[in-house]
Ligand binder design. Structure first.
Ligand SMILES: *Cc1c(COP(=O)(O)O)cnc(C)c1O
Length: 368
């Protein structure tokens, strides 16, 4: 398998080689990386809940022992599902082991070869893979471009049986927000189902992206949330009608053929939910402060600093690390334009935010 080596060499020559960084501390606002203490501006742990553990949850044990349909369905799973559905404003929710699995399973079990999917060009890889697995006809529309979306629907909708509009709500690399209100109207006009990925919205912009727009999810709405980001644990959930939940339990391969999420995680997630409102309020203050300080037009906790090439992104990331800030470079194929991606958490102080922004500007002045 020597060709693996050639592929790796090619990545290195293009500044696209990736390496793992090792943490020597729990996730949080401060991290120890390779022995160095840094301020973490790179985590999806937006509410600094990841390091929390209530010992009371240990009564559930660690493993779940089986898939949900065999003997791994615990009461605590169902209690959490009800709590999550209530917060998303839907009838029901179903837990999944990860957001990646929730997305590939939901999209591919709902859509099939007779159907049409319209997908935003900047959607998360897991939605893209779900579209591919479904074997449906997939049309990619330009980022947030509802006019083109309508045009595509008016031209193609009638040739297909079911139709799905699929989008991230908060886009994971730019931090901007999909026009959920317009997508919601369009899906009604063209008799489609709207599938929204709230991974970076849950616990950041509200309990749900729909809240921002004052919309109540209807029976043709599916919202995917994740637990591994603002909610501080691990896993994901799909929200919709009771009928959707029943269907996924019976048809969704990434729900059926995998071990159930550990009950201890469901327990801890329930505990964390109580802490969300107060922390979300703090996070929102930090977000508006950094938006003002930096002039970056983000509507979420994600702030991209776009750079001219891969090398500059890596150099800036290294410069920041040397100065005590952890903000890794994000490069193709994850994004088109290389960048450092800053993410805020509820515990960052104004002083830390100011110092980060000053350090970035010092680099940009001196090296670009
Ligand atoms: C992180 C993420 C996922 C995947 O969730 P995991 O639980 O980490 O597998 C899905 N969609 C988006 C937009 C994400 O950012």
């Amino acid at each position: 398998m020597n060709w693996l080596k050639r592929e790796i060499e090619e990545l290195k020559s293009k500044h696209l080689y990736r390496e793992l960084k090792v943490l020597n501390s729990p996730q949080g606002k401060n991290l120890n990386i390779s022995g160095r203490r840094v301020i973490n501006f790179s985590s999806n742990d937006y509410l600094c809940l990841a390091s929390h553990f209530d010992s009371e949850c240990s009564k559930w044990g660690m493993g779940s022992g089986a898939s949900r349909l065999i003997s791994g369905n615990f009461e605590i799973h169902e209690i959490l599902e009800e709590a999550l559905a209530k917060r998303k404003g839907t009838e029901a929710a179903l837990l999944f082991s990860t957001g990646y699995m929730a997305n590939i399973g939901t999209v591919s079990s709902l859509a099939s070869s007779k159907d049409l999917i319209l997908s935003d060009e900047l959607n998360h890889a897991s939605l893209i893979d779900g579209c591919r697995l479904s074997r449906a006809k997939v049309l990619i529309y330009p980022h947030k471009d509802v006019e083109t979306l309508e045009h595509l629907l008016s031209k193609h909708r009638k040739k297909y049986r079911h139709c799905f509009i699929v989008t991230d709500s908060v886009f994971s690399m730019d931090g901007d927000i999909a026009p959920i209100d317009k997508l919601f109207e369009i899906k009604k006009i063209y008799n489609c189902t709207l599938i929204v990925d709230d991974a970076h919205a849950t616990g950041v912009v509200g309990w749900s992206s729909f809240e921002l727009f004052g919309i109540k999810p209807d029976e043709n709405t599916v919202i995917v949330g994740t637990l591994g980001k603002a909610l501080g644990t691990f896993g994901a959930f799909v929200c919709g009608t009771k009928l959707l939940r029943e269907y996924l339990i019976n048809k969704c391969r990434s729900f059926i053929f995998t071990t159930a999420p550990p009950p201890i995680i469901a327990c801890q997630t329930l505990k964390n939910l109580e802490k969300v409102p107060a922390r979300m309020k703090k996070l929102k203050e930090r977000i508006s402060y950094f938006r003002k300080t930096s002039g970056i037009k983000s509507e979420s906790a994600i702030f991209p600093v776009i750079l001219k090439d891969e090398q500059t992104a890596i150099e800036l990331a290294n410069y920041l690390l040397k100065n005590g800030f952890f903000t890794p470079a994000i490069r193709p194929p994850t994004v088109k334009e290389s960048r450092i991606r800053i993410s805020l958490c509820s515990e960052h102080t104004k002083e830390e935010i100011n110092r980060l922004w000053e350090t970035i500007n010092r680099f940009l002045k001196a090296y670009t």
